[in-house]
Design a binder for this molecule. Structure first.
Ligand SMILES: [Zn+2]
Ligand SMILES: [Zn+2]
Length: 249
């Protein structure tokens, strides 16, 4: 399979992140025009320098479920703050969100040893509100990839293949070969992956060229890719007790 249609983007930022450049409405409009049916809006958690106050993430109930024909998932990219995997989002706010990405960022936590970084990701995955581990192929935070993938399987957490990590001049250079290794391990263990553009402007929404290429190179089975049908992510989140307002067939 060389052509897959992707209808889901699980990782996007708005101006509320502080270092992103388009609004939520601009992102959704672009998603609608680009063929994305489900858009997760996932601004950075409050400990990211320049990010919004926690109230921004806590108040997303005011947003309609569907805008311009796109189903909106109210989410955030939480910062993992310690090697136990604790997040910068209070539990009562985590409970309100549709989708949570947990990520390590070196402006929020100083990278630890390979054991510590691995423990941070595994700790975050044990949190039942965490759905996705973000950009775990970042060489700034080396981890034992196989342990991370096995923990994703045990805890039913999705591993993100972050499109912006992969280009030579991308956001986290040196990620490509690690992401490829992680993806191959996901294939081996039957762990589901989700493609995230990590858009910091609407012009990246739904763009997965590099991630797609990587998945094709390792021969990832379509059933392990969450982005190929709308129902996959909706069922996944409903099974975790989220999206109670949505009816599925
Ligand atoms: Zn960012
Ligand atoms: Zn990130």
């Amino acid at each position: 399979v060389t052509t897959l249609k992707y209808v889901l983007d699980t990782h996007t930022h708005t101006t509320a992140s502080g270092h992103a450049y388009t609004t939520l409405l601009e992102n959704i409009k672009e998603a609608s025009e680009y063929g994305i049916k489900i858009l997760a809006t996932t601004d950075h958690g409050p400990k990211m320098p320049g990010a919004s106050h926690i109230f921004h993430i806590a108040n997303m109930k005011v947003l309609p479920r569907e805008i311009y024909g796109v189903t909106l998932l109210r989410g955030c990219e939480a910062n993992i703050m310690d090697f136990q995997g604790n997040l910068d989002i209070p539990d009562k706010v985590q409970q309100k969100l549709d989708i949570i990405i947990a990520s390590l960022h070196d402006v929020c936590i100083v990278p630890g040893s390979i054991e510590e970084n691995t423990a941070a990701l595994i700790g975050a995955m044990k949190n039942p509100y965490v759905d996705i581990i973000g950009h775990c192929g970042n060489p700034v935070f080396p981890v034992y990839e196989e342990e991370v993938v096995k923990a994703a399987k045990e805890n039913d957490v999705l591993i993100e293949i972050n499109n912006s990590s992969l280009p030579v001049n991308g956001s986290r250079s040196g990620s490509l070969h690690i992401c490829k290794k992680v993806a191959a391990l996901c294939k081996e263990y039957g762990v589901k992956v989700t493609l995230g553009s990590d858009a910091h402007s609407c012009f990246q929404i739904g763009r997965f060229q590099d991630a797609h290429k990587l998945l094709m190179e390792i021969g990832m089975p379509q059933e392990l890719i969450m982005n190929t049908e709308s129902s996959k992510i909706l069922r996944y989140l409903k099974n975790k007790g989220k999206l109670e307002d949505l009816q599925l067939d």
